[in-house]
Design a protein around this ligand. Structure first.
Ligand code: RIB
Length: 303
C-alpha cells in the first residue's frame, strides 16, 4: 500500500493576473494574461504528494458554490480521498487573487471563505482515517484552534505532524505548536514565531534552535532561492538550492512541503527527501500556476 498522508487544510481558487509589474495604490495598470487555477496551501501540498504517488486524505471545507464543486472534482482527479471534504452551506469557497510580475514574484490576497469553518470537531470526525496515516500536514489558512488541536491529536496517537505556519500570523501561539514533529517556516514566519532576528544564516539557525529547545522535533527554514536550513537537536544541515529561471513562484513552498512529505514517508531519510523536494519545488517555478506546475512522479524522474 502507498504511504498515507493526511492534509488538514485549505483549498482556494487562484485567480491569477500576469503582468510586467504590480500596480501601486491608486494606479490602474494593464496586464497581459489571466488564469484560474487550483490552489490553497493545503490543497497544493496534498496534490504535490499525490502526484508523486502518496496515498492522500484531505480534511477540508469548500463553499456551496461552483468553485466548491470544482475543488472536490480536482481532489478526485488527483486520486485524493475526499470522504472528509465537506460543503459549508451559504459560504463561499476560498479564493486567492494573485498578481505575478515579470520576474515571477507574486503578491497574494486570500479570502478564506469556507476554510474558516474547518474546526477541531472536523479532526475528530476524521479520527479513524487519520489514525491510519503516517504523517499529517497542516498550514495556517484554517483556524489556529484547528491547527493546535490537530498537532495534539497527532501527538496523542503517535502520528508525525508537519506544520507549515504560512501565511505568517502574528497571533499564532508558539507554545501550542511545540509538539509538531516538523516545523517548516520561511524566514518571516520564523521571526514572528520567535521574536528573534533572522537577517543572517547564523541568526536563522539560532532562532530555529529556540524552537527546538521548546520541544519541536525538526525545524526546516525555507529561504527561497538560497535553499533551506535543516535544524535538529544535534546538527544543522544546509539544503542546497536548485537553480532555475523563475516564471512563477506561486505554490513553490507548497511543492517543497508536499513532495518532502511523500519522499520522507517513503524513505524515512530527512536529508535526502529535502534535497529531492528542493528540486521538485524549483521545477515548479519554471511553469505557471500552483498545482498546474506540479509534476507527476514519472515526469519528475525524467527531468
Ligand atoms: O502558497 C500558494 C498558495 O497561497 C496559492 O495557491 C494561494 O491559493 C494561496 O493560498
Amino acid at each position: 500500500m502507498a504511504p498515507r498522508i493526511a492534509v488538514i487544510g485549505s483549498n482556494m481558487m487562484d485567480l491569477v493576473t500576469y503582468g510586467a509589474r504590480m500596480a501601486v495604490p491608486g494606479e490602474t495598470l494593464g496586464a497581459s494574461d489571466f488564469a484560474i487555477g487550483f490552489g490553497g496551501k493545503g490543497a497544493n501540498q496534498a496534490v504535490a504528494a499525490a502526484r508523486l504517488g502518496a496515498e492522500v486524505v484531505m480534511v477540508a471545507k469548500v463553499g456551496s458554490d461552483d468553485f466548491g464543486d470544482r475543488q472536490i472534482e480536482n481532489f478526485r482527479a488527483n486520486g485524493i480521498d475526499v470522504a472528509h471534504v465537506e460543503r459549508v452551506e451559504g459560504a463561499s469557497s476560498g479564493v486567492a487573487s494573485i498578481f505575478v510580475d515579470a520576474h515571477g514574484e507574486n503578491a497574494i490576497l486570500i479570502v478564506k471563505g469556507a476554510n474558516a469553518s474547518l474546526l477541531p470537531e472536523d479532526v475528530d470526525a476524521a479520527a479513524d482515517v487519520l489514525k491510519r496515516c503516517a504523517l499529517i500536514l497542516l498550514q495556517n489558512e484554517v483556524p489556529a484552534e484547528t491547527v493546535y488541536y490537530a498537532i495534539d491529536f497527532g501527538r496523542a496517537h503517535g502520528i508525525e505532524v508537519l506544520f507549515n505556519p504560512a501565511p505568517a500570523d502574528a497571533d499564532l501561539d508558539p507554545e501550542r505548536i511545540r509538539n509538531a514533529t516538523f516545523l517548516v517556516p520561511n524566514e518571516t514566519e520564523l521571526a514572528l514565531l520567535t521574536g528573534l532576528p533572522v537577517g543572517t544564516e547564523e541568526e536563522v539557525e539560532a532562532a530555529a534552535r529556540e524552537l527546538i529547545k521548546k520541544g519541536v522535533g525538526t525545524v526546516v527554514v525555507t529561504m527561497g532561492s538560497r535553499g533551506a536550513l535543516l535544524v535538529e537537536a544535534g546538527e544543522t544541515h544546509r539544503v542546497a538550492p536548485f537553480a532555475v529561471q523563475a516564471v512563477d513562484t506561486t505554490g513553490a513552498g507548497d511543492a517543497f512541503i508536499g513532495s518532502f512529505a511523500c519522499f520522507y514517508i517513503e524513505t524515512g531519510d530527512v536529508k535526502a527527501s529535502l534535497a529531492q523536494a528542493a528540486r521538485y519545488a524549483a521545477l515548479s517555478i519554471t511553469r505557471r500556476g500552483a498545482q498546474a506546475s506540479y509534476l507527476r512522479a514519472a515526469e519528475f524522474e525524467r527531468v
